[in-house]
Design a protein around this ligand. Structure first.
Ligand SMILES: N[C@@H](CCC(=O)N[C@@H](CS)C(=O)NCC(=O)O)C(=O)O
Length: 209
C-alpha cells in the first residue's frame, strides 16, 4: 500500500489521524500542492480528479476519497473501532461526517479558494480551472461560522459528535475546525461545548499526526 499525502492540506490529514488512531504505518509519498504536483500526468493516472489523499493498493487500485480510504482501513483493521459499532452508531458516524464535510469543509474551502491569491484561477480543486467569485468567499466564511455554531449545539447534547465516544466523525470535524482557522474563523468564547470537545480531541496523540 502507498499513501499519497500533502501536509499541511486538511483532507489527507484526516487519513493520517485515522492511521495514527489505528497504530498503522503506511509507506507515504508527499506531494507539494503549491508546485502543482497533483496535476502531473503521473499523479493524474492515479487520481484523475487531482486531489489527495490517495491510497494505492498493492493491486494498483487507487482509493481517492478520505472516507473510502478510512472505511477500507477499518475493514482490514477493525480495532480500535472508529466507524461505529452497530447500525445506529455507524449511521450517526456517517451522518456527522457528511455534515462536517458539506457544512464545514466545503464552506471553509469555498471561502479560502475564492479569496487566496494562489487559487485565483483554481477556485475548485481538480483538473479544470475556475476563476474566483469573491461573493463565494464571503458566503463560505459565513457558512463556516454557522457550522461552528452547529457543532457547539450538538456537543452540548453529546460528548462526541456521533455518540458518547470518539469516532471518525470527530476526526473530520476536528480537522475542519482547524481548517476554519485558515480563514480566520475560530471558536467563540461562548462556544464552551465546542471548546471542551476541541481540546479533548486535540489532546489525543493522533492529533499530532
Ligand atoms: N473529497 C476529497 C477531497 C480531497 C481534497 O479536496 N484534497 C485537497 C487537499 S485538502 C487537494 O487535493 N487539493 C488539490 C488542489 O488544491 O489542487 C476527500 O475527502 O478526500
Amino acid at each position: 500500500m502507498k499513501f499519497y499525502d500533502a501536509p499541511p492540506a486538511p483532507s489527507p490529514r484526516r487519513v493520517r489521524m485515522f492511521l495514527a488512531e489505528k497504530g498503522l504505518a503506511v509507506e507515504t509519498v508527499n506531494l507539494d500542492l503549491t508546485k502543482g504536483e497533483q496535476l502531473s500526468e503521473a499523479f493524474r493516472a492515479k487520481n484523475p480528479r487531482c486531489t489527495v489523499p490517495v491510497l494505492e493498493l498493492d493491486d494498483g487500485t487507487c482509493l481517492t476519497e478520505s472516507l473510502s480510504i478510512c472505511h477500507y482501513l477499518e475493514s482490514l483493521h477493525p480495532e480500535p473501532n472508529l466507524m461505529g459499532e452497530g447500525a445506529k452508531e455507524q449511521a450517526l458516524v456517517l451522518m456527522w461526517n457528511d455534515i462536517a464535510m458539506f457544512n464545514g469543509f466545503a464552506a471553509a474551502g469555498e471561502a479560502l479558494r475564492n479569496f487566496a491569491k494562489m487559487f485565483r484561477q483554481r477556485s475548485v480543486t481538480g483538473p479544470n480551472d475556475y476563476p474566483q467569485i469573491p461573493e463565494l468567499a464571503e458566503r463560505g466564511r459565513l457558512r463556516t461560522e454557522h457550522f461552528l455554531a452547529e457543532l457547539n449545539e450538538r456537543l452540548a447534547a453529546s460528548e462526541y459528535l456521533a455518540s458518547g465516544r470518539f469516532t471518525m466523525a470527530d476526526i473530520t470535524a476536528y480537522i475542519c475546525v482547524e481548517f476554519a482557522g485558515w480563514i480566520k474563523v475560530s471558536i467563540a468564547d461562548e462556544q464552551a461545548h465546542l471548546r471542551r470537545w476541541f481540546d479533548a480531541v486535540g489532546s489525543r496523540p493522533s492529533a499530532a499526526a
